[in-house]
Design a protein around this ligand. Structure first.
Ligand SMILES: Cc1ncc(COP(=O)(O)O)c(C=O)c1O
Length: 376
């Protein structure tokens, strides 16, 4: 059997990883500033993470959601505390798309409405509900097509107010910082307006923090810069540092009913300890603070370099918009200097999404090599 070929692949086979580095099968070391799509949050193979998962699998790795699992309760407690959302509930699932799917269902159950407002350049996943609110027609199959989604330009408060005016929209969904679209930030004022318009019209505000959450922005959630609270917050990626886990933080305004949501694998023992280990490391090693500091250092060092049009981002979620398409520069960083960076859908913006414990030394190494590539 062949693999179904949907991914363009680099000719690199990583076999080992530690911290912010991966090694390929030839022993070549790479600096990882991408974390496999913003997934590696506390660093590859962190000893505490490895120990927690190893010890757990020796006891029990999985049982279904029909039995008591105190690890889920502990994860919800720790997550509530670190995120400042301790009065919210947690539903656990396995991926980002699934988290958004469940958030959309909750919003629709709660309001009895069907329409969703989403934003240009946004990405929310590839399953039925998530893909139709994603601004990329090439990944929407005919079976997914719907009239229920309204795409608006990001940061256009007037258009948002108008769209919600009929009081027939169940949810507004926005990324804390748009990722794949090229690192675009909703302004604080726009998020405050969105909060107000949603309250006035009985609409649910969903903050997709799947990429921008979990400390990456220098706050636990990127939308916390705007001083607002969301109603639903889908999370995944950095939550498990590579172990598949996702979730939705759910406002107390939602009432649970038996069977309303469900999953076979979500919240299993191994996933929960992966999630717990991530939060323990983040707290013990002050990683949100580090993301803030190293992110600022990177953005200041990048500002004004030759060939750069704009730097956008917060913390360790950084977009470098180049004057030229990024393709050659990205390949050169990888092949000549062994540095992984991320692409984005606009063709010009490189994304930096390293582990939150990226060191100053590794950040400076990148700047040095990047200057060489830009000045070539
Ligand atoms: C903002 C955002 N939402 C949702 C998703 C989908 O997550 P997953 O690939 O885990 O389904 C992604 C993935 O890149 C994302 O960046």
């Amino acid at each position: 059997m062949n693999l179904f070929e949907v991914y363009p692949l680099f000719d690199i086979m990583p076999v080992k990883a530690e911290g912010s580095h991966v090694w390929d099968k030839n022993g070549t070391r790479y600096l990882d500033l991408y974390g496999g799509h913003a997934v590696i949050s506390v660093g590859h193979s962190h000893p505490h993470y490895v120990q927690r998962i190893t010890e757990q699998v020796q006891k029990i790795g999985f049982y279904s959601n029909s039995v008591q699992n105190p690890l889920q309760v502990e994860l919800a407690d720790k997550l509530g505390e670190i995120s400042n959302y301790s009065d919210f509930d947690l539903f656990l699932c396995n991926s980002g798309a699934e988290a958004n799917e469940n958030a959309l269902k909750l919003a629709s159950f709660h309001t009895g409405r069907k329409k969703v407002v989403s934003f240009r350049k946004g990405f929310h996943g590839r399953t039925e509900g998530a893909v139709v609110i994603t601004d990329n027609p090439s990944v929407i199959a005919p079976i997914n097509e719907t009239e229920n989604v309204i795409f608006l330009p990001l940061n256009d408060s007037k258009a948002l107010k108008e769209a919600l005016g009929q009081e027939d929209v169940c949810a507004v969904i926005v990324e804390g910082i748009q990722g794949i679209g090229g690192i675009h930030l909703p302004t604080d004022e726009f998020l405050q307006d969105a909060r107000q318009f949603c309250d006035e019209t009985g609409t649910i505000l969903i903050l997709d923090e799947i990429q921008s959450g979990y400390g990456r922005s220098g706050k636990f959630f990127a939308h916390q810069y705007a001083g607002i609270e969301a109603d639903l917050i889908p999370i995944a990626k950095g939550m498990g540092n590579g172990f598949p886990i996702g979730g939705v933080l759910i406002s107390p305004k939602f009432e649970a009913r038996m069977g309303m949501l469900g999953t076979t694998f979500g919240g299993n023992h191994l996933a929960c300890v992966a999630g717990l280990a991530v939060l323990e490391i983040m707290k013990d090693e002050d990683l949100i603070q580090n993301a803030q500091e190293i992110g600022t250092l990177l953005m200041q060092s990048l500002a004004g370099l030759k060939g750069i049009k704009e730097i956008r981002g917060r913390g360790l979620m950084i977009g470098i918009e180049l004057e030229e398409p990024f393709r050659e520069i990205r390949n050169e960083l990888l092949n000549e200097h062994q540095i992984f960076t991320g692409a984005s859908s606009d063709g010009h913006t490189l994304r930096l999404l390293p582990a939150l414990n990226l060191s100053r030394e590794n950040a400076e190494f990148f700047i040095e090599k990047f200057k060489l590539v830009l000045n070539k």
